[in-house]
Ligand binder design. Structure first.
Ligand code: NAX
Length: 324
């Protein structure tokens, strides 16, 4: 057996975590031969609920779980963490403006960035799930000057997975047949799910679907899927978000052949300027991700990529004073 790795998860008593933690404990993220130490963070008011989650984890008697730490202190929860999944965030309250939401979360993620900087493993891999995920990741990264900015990522894998299924269903194929689908930009309604370079079962996707379906059905369906789930379920995506978080971390840590979407620091690729965390096509190998270069960008795609970049720049401006 390998030595255990430490996995910090924030918002441990929330609904995503109720699926996420148990799947990680079962080995879905890092494999059936990788023991884990779970380090769960919550706010003080939710510690009793978190304790209930810990009781249930204990009752599962998971062979891979070596220890469980539950704390309301980020310095404790992030201590020596090899992986940090930042799920907890402040939801939008009644009468709260978008700017208030950004600010409330900026305060949380700047403090958590500092705690990661001071206490986590130097190789920690950070995934931000809590919204606004891209900008929260940027804030955490800016407050962690001793860590590499590339260690901070945000989740667009749920959008990617949603798009895979929409396209597979429309073409009568399986998600495994879909290659080179890309989510560009922000995890928000401005994201751009792009199938211009995508193949389904080896054939160009745009030859298999109507242009009208692509522009007026597929793109808005993927962009608005979170709202559609809330309408249907009466609660926001939880198990699917947890599954996407596991996909993101597993591929980053263990590698994968497919092109997947991850929100990572922009480095000038595809003309997206540095200073924001933007979703790109990536390949993962040997514990690292790399933005896949060389996809052609037509005028339609460029406009959509620019719109979501603009939104991320606006979010960044709103929290500029907290960027460390
Ligand atoms: P819940 O409200 O069920 O759980 C959030 C938990 O975080 C709560 O238990 C709360 O006490 C805790 N929390 C709040 N502030 C904290 C802090 N400073 N430190 C530690 N814990 C803290 O939300 P849930 O449905 O689990 O969703 C969590 C976040 O994921 C939300 O921001 C949500 O918007 C976001 N999502 C992101 C997605 C993505 O694709 N990136 C998709 C799913 C989801 O909507």
């Amino acid at each position: 057996m390998k030595d255990p790795v430490r996995i910090a998860i924030t918002g441990g008593a929330g609904q995503i975590s109720y699926s996420l933690i148990f799947r990680i404990a079962a080995g879905d993220m890092l494999g059936p031969d990788q023991p884990v130490i779970l380090q769960l963070l919550e706010i003080p008011q939710a510690m009793e609920a978190l304790n209930g989650v810990v009781m249930e984890l204990n009752d599962c008697a998971f062979p891979l779980v070596h220890d469980i730490v539950a704390s309301d202190d980020a310095n404790v929860a992030f201590k020596d963490a090899d992986f940090a999944l930042l799920v907890g965030s402040r939801p939008r309250g009644p009468g709260m403006e978008r700017k208030d939401l950004l600010e409330a979360n900026a305060a949380i993620f700047s403090a958590q960035g500092r705690a990661l900087n001071d206490y986590a493993s130097r190789d920690v891999k950070v995934l931000v799930v809590g919204n606004p995920a891209n900008t929260n990741a940027l804030i955490a990264s800016c407050n962690a000057p001793d860590l590499d900015a590339g260690q901070f990522t945000a989740m667009t894998r749920l959008d990617h997975n949603r798009a895979l299924t929409q396209l597979a269903q429309q073409t009568g194929k399986h998600v495994n047949d879909v290659e080179n689908l890309i989510i560009w930009g922000n995890h928000s309604a401005t994201q751009y799910p792009d199938i211009a370079q995508c193949q389904v079962d080896g054939k160009p996707a745009l030859e298999l679907v109507e242009r009208d379906w692509y522009e007026n059905d597929f793109i808005p369906t993927v962009q608005q899927r979170g709202a559609a789930i809330i309408k249907a379920r009466g609660a926001s995506s939880a198990a699917s978000a947890a599954s996407a978080a596991i996909d993101h971390m597993r591929d980053w840590a263990l590698g994968c052949d497919a092109v997947v979407s991850m929100a990572v620091p922009a480095d000038g690729s595809y003309g997206i300027e540095e200073g924001i965390i933007y979703s790109f096509p990536v390949r993962c190998q040997g514990g690292h991700y790399a933005i896949v270069q060389g996809f052609d960008i037509d005028a339609f795609s460029r406009e959509k990529m620019q719109a979501t970049e603009n939104e991320l720049r606006e979010e960044r401006s709103a929290v500029a004073h907290l960027l460390g």
